[in-house]
Design a binder for this molecule. Structure first.
Ligand SMILES: *[C@@H]1O[C@H](CO)[C@@H](O)[C@H](O)[C@H]1NC(C)=O
Ligand SMILES: *[C@@H]1O[C@H](CO)[C@@H](O)[C@H](O)[C@H]1NC(C)=O
Ligand SMILES: *[C@@H]1O[C@H](CO)[C@@H](O)[C@H](O)[C@H]1NC(C)=O
Ligand SMILES: *[C@@H]1O[C@H](CO)[C@@H](O)[C@H](O)[C@H]1NC(C)=O
Ligand SMILES: *[C@@H]1O[C@H](CO)[C@@H](O)[C@H](O)[C@H]1NC(C)=O
Ligand SMILES: *[C@@H]1O[C@H](CO)[C@@H](O)[C@H](O)[C@H]1NC(C)=O
Ligand SMILES: *[C@@H]1O[C@H](CO)[C@@H](O)[C@H](O)[C@H]1NC(C)=O
Length: 645
């Protein structure tokens, strides 16, 4: 069996060295260079000259920005074969001089990773990380936990309670504070000298809810220390928390968090005391941690304990394991069939549920290596993760994240029809836009999806969207001529210039996105057969007619509760959707412009114009679509087969 998945950014070959060094004196102004975590990816870059030139230059940029009074900097260079994305952050209580000192220390410890394609150093005063792809919106990664310091000689329940309240308050307030950082103290009742000090901080590229999630996990982790340890930290990809009984920032640097605690639910204090009980608790935790780490690293199983998990790439799965997981690709395990291959649900040995996509790629595997490598490094919360792959004979099996809630298709037209409220629909629209913007503009290669439609938008447990099947169109064999691009879309969703002339650009996805948004708003299929004798119109035409006569609210799905949405919000979303469906291509916004329009409270500046829509072409396109879909059993059939027309 060929195992050409092996060159991936390897799983669990991550060297993680964890050092816990504690301050011997409670100094408050020092570079605070206790190295908490240092990790290098085991995979090396392929072109060290390109890599070092990017790394050196980004480090230089970051250093000069840190010296100009900033605490958080990202910098990337993607100009050559070795893209480098770097993030650095100092705790905001640090002086500029100390921040630079900490950064220099972090940089030198990261240099020890030589030409590894990813590395990080986390210190008390700052952190520094680089990767070969963007990780700026990574929040919490599985496997992170509290790093607990020395135990106090006696259990101090007063200290514990005070710290717990303080940390809980910080985890609630920090995401609401500009800069996503807070420092606070609390007097420890019953003692006359003691004060507890704590900070919480998120990467500033995280949205507020990402920061909240991250700190929630950090809070739960750090609480395991609080029973009898006087000094604790929680480290995660997107956030950091620390408390101590000894001051590590001066008391005039605290932030008044009380105003950020007033609204929102208050924590249930009854549930707080938990974790480890007993005098040797802290020691036991450390022992367990070391033991687990040791066992994990010996097993080369996925999942590292020290937060280096997102350095993982896809892993090699054995064909037999996948066969067993999917019960020999049994029909009842089939989740769906798409243009590229069937998808099966599987349960792997460790109990995790996966989705397995079975592609037939024939014998020409070399072409696919680079394509699969491209997909495998995509990390974004609105894009389905590739967990691994396996190839056997002419088959390529892609192992993907499993989404319990299935696809948007089911929620718009299937048995879950009508169960999404407006807020959920809006979140789906927003998340889908962000995922596409990432594929088009933020990832180091532009990936055009080509087949955005509801069945390719999957929903996680919180109904956040994750786009599936991106990059797979690139796996299709090219036309012999190379003049036109092979069509990999679905009529009705495909932009006219792509469906008719095979003209491919990012704006092809913008168009499909606009159509999907109209479907989400209306609950109607874009390619429903219009009954022309009854005056029916295709969805896009219908939307334009209503929009022009200011009757846009008539487009809204009747299953939506009118008290749960604001008229102007719906109008704006429809307006954006129509902008996306304009032709020529230049009239359509880019996906990052769409994200901006959606997140901006102001109104759309350049309303869409019907002059920019070629409904005649779309009707021809639609008629093709209708005759095709009618003749196929699967209404979702993609048009890959029809390229010869
Ligand atoms: C990466 O490079 C380092 C030092 O240059 C070397 O020790 C290590 O074996 C390399 N790792 C791989 C996977 O090639
Ligand atoms: C990058 O910086 C390192 C350490 O400062 C230095 O050894 C190396 O020569 C530099 N490489 C390039 C290409 O500038
Ligand atoms: C320093 O930051 C300020 C604003 O924060 C900016 O106007 C200025 O150009 C920066 N200077 C340098 C040298 O980057
Ligand atoms: C923590 O314990 C170590 C070893 O027992 C000791 O050397 C160190 O001074 C202690 N740190 C503090 C802050 O008490
Ligand atoms: C946490 O916030 C609550 C509500 O504002 C406040 O009553 C409480 O004293 C705070 N606890 C600590 C330890 O700061
Ligand atoms: C703290 O209180 C103890 C007795 O409760 C007292 O002996 C000690 O002097 C006090 N320390 C300070 C700094 O007030
Ligand atoms: C905070 O206090 C320190 C001395 O403890 C002082 O040097 C510093 O200027 C103060 N900072 C602010 C912002 O007041």
């Amino acid at each position: 069996m060929t195992r050409w998945c092996g060159w991936f950014y390897r799983p669990m070959v991550v060297v993680a060295i964890v050092l816990l060094v504690f301050l011997t004196n409670p100094a408050t102004s020092q570079p605070q260079t206790n190295l908490l975590i240092q990790a290098c990816s085991q995979a090396n870059v392929t072109n060290t000259r390109d890599f070092y030139s990017n790394l050196n230059q980004t480090f230089g940029t970051i250093r000069s920005q840190l010296s100009n009074n900033t605490y958080f900097v990202t910098s990337e260079l993607t100009r050559n074969s070795q893209p480098v994305y770097v993030m650095a952050q100092c705790r905001n209580y640090m002086s500029t001089r100390d921040c630079l000192g900490c950064f220099d220390f972090a940089a030198s410890s990261i240099r020890a990773c030589a030409a590894a394609n990813g590395a990080r150093a986390v210190l008390d005063g700052c952190f520094l990380r680089y990767e070969s792809n963007s990780f700026y919106t990574d929040g919490t990664a599985p496997g992170n936990q509290g790093l607990c310091g020395n135990r106090t000689s006696s259990r101090q329940s007063v200290f514990e309670t005070a710290v717990d309240g303080l940390l809980s308050n910080l985890s609630i307030a920090t995401p609401k504070i500009n800069g996503l950082y807070a420092a606070a103290t609390t007097p420890v009742a019953g003692t006359n000298t003691s004060t507890a000090y704590a900070i919480a901080q998120c990467a500033e590229t995280l949205p507020s809810d990402g920061c909240r999630n991250c700190l929630q996990v950090a809070y739960n982790n750090i609480r395991s220390c609080a029973t009898d340890v006087i000094d604790g930290r929680a480290v995660d990809s997107g956030c950091f928390m620390r408390y101590s009984g000894t001051p590590f920032f001066s008391s005039n640097q605290t932030i008044d968090i009380a105003p950020f605690l007033r609204d929102g639910s208050s924590r249930n204090k009854g549930a707080i005391i938990g974790g480890v009980v007993g005098g040797v608790g802290g020691l036991i935790i450390l022992l367990i941690v070391v033991l687990l780490w040791y066992r994990r690293s010996k097993r080369t199983a996925p999942g590292s304990l020290y937060g280096a998990t997102e350095l993982q790439g896809p892993k090699d799965y054995s064909y037999n394991d996948l066969k067993k997981a999917t019960k020999d690709f049994r029909e009842e395990n089939k989740l769906g069939e798409g243009g590229f291959g069937d998808v099966y649900k599987g349960v792997v040995k460790d109990g995790n549920i996966i989705a397995v996509k079975r592609l037939t790629i024939g014998s020409n595997k070399d072409n696919f290596e680079s394509e699969v490598r491209v997909i495998s490094n995509v990390h974004h919360r609105n894009l389905i993760r590739l967990l691994g792959c396996c190839s056997k004979g002419p088959e390529l099996l892609l192992v993907l994240e499993y989404m319990a809630n299935g696809s948007l298709e089911n929620y718009l037209y299937g048995d879950k029809r009508g169960s999404l409220n407006w807020k959920q629909r809006y979140d789906i629209i927003f998340g889908t836009a962000r995922g596409l913007a990432y594929l088009h503009e933020q990832y180091h290669v532009t990936i055009i999806h080509r087949d955005i439609k509801p069945s390719n938008i999957l929903l996680d447990n919180d109904f956040q969207p994750k786009i599936a099947d991106f990059g797979l169109a690139r796996l299709l064999p090219e036309d012999q001529t190379h003049i036109s691009t092979k069509f990999a879309g679905t009529l009705g969703y495909a932009a006219p210039e792509y469906a008719m002339n095979r003209q491919l650009s990012e704006k092809v996805d913008t168009y499909s996105f606009g159509i999907v948004v109209l479907e989400i708003v209306s609950g109607k299929r874009c390619n429903d057969v219009p009954n022309e004798s009854a005056g029916d119109q295709i969805l896009l035409e219908h939307a334009w007619n209503l929009y022009e006569t200011r009757m846009h609210l008539k487009l809204v799905d009747e299953t939506l509760d009118p008290t749960k949405y604001k008229e102007e919000d719906i109008k704006k979303v429809i307006e954006i959707a129509l902008m996306c469906t304009q032709s020529p291509v230049s009239a359509r916004p880019t996906m990052s412009e769409v994200v901006m329009l959606l997140s901006d409270r102001s109104r759309v500046q350049n309303p869409p114009s019907r002059q920019n829509v070629n409904l005649a072409d779309i009707r021809i396109d639609m008629n093709n679509s209708i005759s095709t879909t009618k003749s196929m059993s699967n209404a979702d059939a993609t048009m890959t087969e029809l390229t010869g027309r």
